[in-house]
Design a binder for this molecule. Sequence first.
Ligand SMILES: C[S@@+](CC[C@H](N)C(=O)[O-])C[C@H]1O[C@@H](n2cnc3c(N)ncnc32)[C@H](O)[C@@H]1O
Length: 223
Amino acid sequence: MKLKDIVPWGRSFEEYRDMFLLTGADLQKTILGCGDGPASFNAGLTKSGGKVVSADPVYRFTTDEIRSRVRDVYPEIMSEVSKNPDEYVWDSIRDVRHLGQVRTEAMELFFDDYEQGKKAGRYIDASLPELPFEDKIFHLALCSHYLFLYSEHVSLEQHILSMKELCRVANEVRVYPLVTLDGKRSEYINPVVSELRNDGLDVSFQKVRYRFQKGADEMVVAK
Ligand SMILES: C[S@@+](CC[C@H](N)C(=O)[O-])C[C@H]1O[C@@H](n2cnc3c(N)ncnc32)[C@H](O)[C@@H]1O
């Protein structure tokens, strides 16, 4: 995995809470954040006493390397959003400038926490579909803005293997969003859900509080 192939982009602790409908009881659980990249969920939850490990291939790189990659992709991402404002709900995030501010603040919290978190084993260099964790070591695994969103880049087979792997390491798995980059429901959802149900897992869909990308209003839950 080369750094230039990764689009690091980080959401905040509050965004994770709303994307995954995390309750006070959920936040007491041992949580895996898979594909967390430079999001500040881990930093925020750790600060409030929670137990969380983030796994992402970007953690093989140093703070400076990730910062420099964020600097490279930032203008591209902001320009894409500016060109397509109708694809987003401008509510809690008011406009493109505010989006930049919210993302930058979240990523700064991540950068401030990264070195100490890495030493504490909270940021692990790992890639789906194979995670270096024992069976059911986490109560809850969260995956934000990687599976389903990148259906054009990650194959159906990789999705199935990845979901099975997340279900192997955690009692419950929540994934959001279920739409692709162009805002359409991913075609992989039905086949992935069938596979998981065939394995005996209980799979359901839940509407979430979070609203930003249009059409992205639910998560899938497997347990
Ligand atoms: C768009 S970012 C989302 C970051 C964060 N989850 C959020 O919502 O703010 C996608 C993340 O997926 C990570 N990623 C890419 N391939 C992966 C893989 N095979 N397994 C786990 N994470 C991966 C990238 O490194 C990147 O950090």
